[in-house]
Structure formats: structure tokens, C-alpha cells
Design a protein around this ligand. Structure first.
Ligand SMILES: C[S@@+](CC[C@H](N)C(=O)[O-])C[C@H]1O[C@@H](n2cnc3c(N)ncnc32)[C@H](O)[C@@H]1O
Length: 225
């Protein structure tokens, strides 16, 4: 995002699908006043917190799920982003199609999703109950593992092509929590550098690696005709 924004003279329109409390964007938006940000989020409570977190910035938070984003906004964006949300999305093809509708012809869709974290510990209950409730029309507790093959097939069906695929969030990131606050930014820079380097080694990703790499991260664009 930073690269894109810099290349565009600090200007961009960003649509965040499943923005939650919008904490990913508070700092970026306060340092880049020419960015216009729209977040779309089905939880009313999270929308309220997002509006609070982004107070005074050029932003709009819409209370809705992402399937109807284009109908609600009637606007196309330079960047559409979806962070740690897709694993909670029940109607996955509709969600990707909504992202495609909202993306400018030369824009980018940045999507990452948690690959493995919810497979461990107490999450098993949500993994069981979420899909059952979603079948009954209550989608908000849904979460399900995203198989690589399934994701790539949906991406193709929705009319996107993959520009970049990476895997991040090895356990090393957890060390962050025990580092003195003043050293945390430096740690995060090193961590990112390390993860980017890991990705350059040519390790082919498969579903079995989900517990090692906590997230899958893609940059998508419209499929070329
Ligand atoms: C783990 S949170 C991530 C929030 C934020 N993107 C972040 O990175 O902090 C997942 C979010 O996805 C939202 N969500 C689930 N299904 C959705 C859908 N169909 N459309 C849009 N948002 C959805 C949830 O309400 C929740 O706020």
C-alpha cells in the first residue's frame, strides 16, 4: 500500500472489507491526508469503535456486510483490502465478486486471511457451530479453513489474477509481546524483513503449512482479457 500511495503522490482511495475497528488504518490515514478511506463492517459495535478510532480523518464507515458493497457505494476504488476477514466469510464467491465490482480497472485487491490460528485450542467449538448457524442464515459466527486450491479456484471464478502470493506470521512474530515497548518497532521491521526473506527462498505453500505460516497474503488484480 505504501508503495502504491507514494507512487500516486500520496493520493489513493481505499475500501476496507470487514474493517473491524479500523485499527490497521489510523496511523496511515493520519500521516497521509490525501487518502480517502471507506470501511465496511457488519458488526455495529465494531463500526462504532472504528468511527471513534478514525475521528477527524476523511473516512466513512458503513454498517453492512461486504456482499452488497457496490450497491451501497456505487464507487470504484484504487485499492480494495481485506485483512483477516475472509476466513470468517460464509459466501466466499459473492465476497470476491463484490471486491471485483468495487475495484478500478488498474487497481489492486490486497487480501490476507488467517490460515491456521483458529485450528488450535478452544476454537474447535466455533469451527463446528459457526458453519451450522451460517446454514441457518446466521453468518456472524462463521469461520472455516481456506484450502489453497479452493481459494485459487474462487479467485479465478471471480475474475481476478494473482500478482503475488506470500505466507507470513511464523511464530517468531509472537516474540513481539515480550519485547520492551521502545524496542517493538525495530523488532517489527526485522521480523518483516525476515518473513520477506523466507518468502524469497522458494518454499512452495500447501495446506499442511498453515500451522507454520499463520496467514496467506495475496495481491490480486483484474484478469487481463
Ligand atoms: C478478525 S476481524 C478483522 C478486522 C480487521 N480487518 C482487522 O484486520 O483488524 C474479522 C472481521 O470480518 C468481519 N466480517 C465477517 N464476515 C463479513 C462479511 N461477509 N463482510 C464483511 N465483513 C465481514 C467481522 O465482522 C469482523 O469484524
Amino acid at each position: 500500500m505504501e508503495q502504491y500511495i507514494r507512487k500516486n503522490g500520496g493520493k489513493a482511495t481505499i475500501l476496507d472489507l470487514g474493517c473491524g475497528e479500523a485499527l490497521n488504518f489510523a496511523r496511515l490515514l493520519s500521516t497521509c491526508p490525501r487518502i480517502r478511506y471507506v470501511g465496511i463492517e457488519p458488526s455495529e459495535e465494531s463500526c462504532r469503535k472504528a468511527r471513534h478510532n478514525l475521528q477527524g480523518l476523511p473516512t466513512t464507515i458503513i454498517h453492512a456486510n461486504a456482499y452488497t458493497a457496490y450497491e451501497q457505494l456505487k464507487e470504484k476504488f484504487d485499492l480494495v483490502v481485506s485483512f483477516s476477514t475472509f476466513e470468517h466469510v460464509y459466501r466466499r464467491l459473492s465476497y470476491l465478486e463484490a471486491a471485483k465490482h468495487c475495484l478500478k480497472e488498474d487497481g489492486y485487491f490486497l487480501i490476507n486471511y488467517d490460515a491456521g490460528h483458529f485450528l488450535q485450542g478452544k476454537e474447535w467449538l466455533k469451527n463446528m457451530v459457526g458453519p451450522l448457524l451460517a446454514n441457518l442464515g446466521i453468518e456472524r459466527y462463521f469461520q472455516a479453513f481456506i484450502r489453497e486450491e479452493e481459494f485459487l479456484a474462487l479467485v479465478k471464478k471471480a475474475g481476478f489474477e494473482v500478482m503475488e502470493a506470500k505466507s507470513f506470521n511464523t511464530r517468531l512474530k509472537e516474540v513481539y509481546k515480550i519485547i520492551p515497548a521502545s524496542k517493538q518497532p525495530a523488532f517489527m521491521e526485522k521480523w518483516l524483513e525476515f518473513e520477506v526473506w523466507l518468502n524469497s527462498l522458494g518454499i512452495g505453500y500447501n495446506d499442511g503449512m498453515a500451522p507454520v505460516f499463520g496467514t496467506r497474503n495475496f495481491i490480486l488484480k483484474h484478469k487481463s482479457r
